[in-house]
Design a protein around this ligand. Structure first.
Ligand SMILES: Nc1ncnc2c1ncn2[C@@H]1O[C@H](COP(=O)(O)OP(=O)(O)OP(=O)(O)O)[C@@H](O)[C@H]1O
Length: 311
């Protein structure tokens, strides 16, 4: 059966004086959690805003829940979406939290006041105070409860755990699992927290400098990226350059090397056929996989540039 898409970015381009996004062609599958991962300023939040028609592309088409935004019925599509923005809206500062919730309850036909109250209770938030008087984490938890209380079909979460303490973070993960458990729900999230991606995401999208570097099924991604410690008689970096998926070779001894590959199975088979011994293998973490993608795309990582600091 063909997978349905909750959001489709089709050749989307936005050019600004300081930043160019796209062309982005990307489908966010319905019924799954997709995490967008990438360095600061790579355009993640811009993609969210575009999906909500809060920011317009210069070219391309965006379809959300089967509809193009911008028409007369845009509010009907938006009522099926929950959105947790990256930061608080300054204009809300003087509002009492319960008044904002009242507004939401009137705007979303599927608003569920019991679910809202329950969420405030389990997150430990009171809505009987002005937004500006809430701590950063409290306001985040409140905004999270607002975004999900109408049980939207599509939930857009822009760095949802920003400012949350570890207990609140665990609660949020639990709430999101329960939300997905209802079936027919989709989450698109943007996060820098590796553990969050591991616990939640079904699909991972890497972005950098306004471009999509790749989209992967999570288990497949983690099953493919490994560092292999290899050795062999008269083994040279030149020979290892042919190792499938190779994207980094480092000598660790005479004829011994550490190689990184994004095609672990093919690489191991290649070693076996070429008489190269693998002494150990180590799965790569998400940040290392992202760094390897950046390297492959010539976008590099600036980590090594810190080595000379404070010495
Ligand atoms: N309010 C704004 N005004 C002008 N330019 C902006 C604004 N917000 C973002 N940008 C520009 O758009 C680019 C992409 O920003 P965006 O917020 O989409 O990145 P991001 O990947 O979400 O970053 P981060 O991980 O830091 O939140 C930035 O490099 C910045 O130059």
């Amino acid at each position: 059966m063909e997978e349905r898409q909750a959001i489709v970015f089709d050749g989307v381009v936005q050019s600004r004086s300081s930043f160019k996004l796209g062309p982005v062609t990307l489908g966010i599958p319905e019924g799954f959690i997709t995490a967008i991962v990438g360095p600061n300023g790579s355009g993640k939040s811009t993609l969210f805003r575009m999906a909500l028609n809060l920011s317009k592309p210069d070219y391309g088409r965006i379809t959300v829940l089967g509809n193009e935004m911008g028409g007369e019925d845009e509010h009907l599509i938006k009522q099926r979406i929950g959105y947790l923005a990256e930061g608080p809206f300054k204009l809300d500062d003087n509002l009492k939290a319960c008044d904002k919730a009242l507004y939401y309850s009137r705007w979303y036909p599927s608003w569920n006041v019991n679910r809202y109250q329950e969420l405030l209770h389990i997150l430990g938030v009171s809505d009987n105070q002005r937004m500006s008087k809430m701590s950063k984490g409290m306001r985040r938890k409140f905004e999270f409860a607002l975004a999900i209380s109408h049980s939207p079909e599509l939930l857009l979460l822009d760095e949802p755990s920003s400012g949350l303490d570890p207990i609140a973070w665990k609660t949020m993960i639990d709430v999101l699992h329960r939300y997905m458990g209802q079936g027919g729900k989709t989450i698109l999230m943007n996060t820098h927290i590796i553990e969050e991606v591991k616990r939640l995401a079904d699909y991972i999208v890497f972005v950098a400098q306004g471009r999509v570097l790749g989209m992967y099924e999570k288990d497949e991604l983690f099953g493919n990226w490994f560092t292999l410690y290899v050795s062999g008689e008269e083994l040279t970096p030149g020979r290892l350059a042919e190792l499938p998926g190779q994207c980094g070779i480092e000598a660790v001894g005479a004829s011994s090397f550490r190689v990184t590959t994004g095609k672990a199975l093919d690489a191991e088979e290649w070693c076996r056929l070429n008489g190269i011994a693998i002494s150990s293998r180590q799965a790569l973490e998400l940040d290392d996989i992202l760094a390897a993608h950046l390297q492959q795309d010539g976008l590099g990582s600036r980590v090594h540039e810190t080595r000379g600091l404070f010495t």
